[in-house]
Design a protein around this ligand. Structure first.
Ligand code: FES
Ligand code: FES
Length: 79
């Protein structure tokens, strides 16, 4: 498995409305933190997020969280 690209070493704090979202796992999307299809040809696929009510979330920007798509603080340990 190849390494994801670090989009940024901090989470994206976003207020999301109910609905479906696709978090970018590969780090290549130009539309962070969401998938824009750029993972094509890599080992990665986006992670679907489904919300039933509005919610503020912290989406991982470093792509190394063990609790993806959410930030778990791992970005603090990256070089
Ligand atoms: Fe990164 Fe789709 S562009 S997972
Ligand atoms: Fe990836 Fe925090 S931004 S773990």
């Amino acid at each position: 498995m190849s390494e994801p690209i670090i989009a940024q070493k901090s989470p994206y704090a976003v207020e999301l409305e109910p609905g479906n979202y696709f978090w970018c796992k590969c780090g290549k999307s130009a539309n962070q933190p969401y998938c824009d299809g750029s993972h094509k040809g890599t080992d990665f696929a986006p992670v679907k997020i489904t919300l039933d009510e509005p919610k503020k979330v912290f989406l991982c920007g470093c792509k190394h969280s063990a609790n993806a798509p959410y930030c778990d603080g791992t970005h603090n340990k990256l070089d």
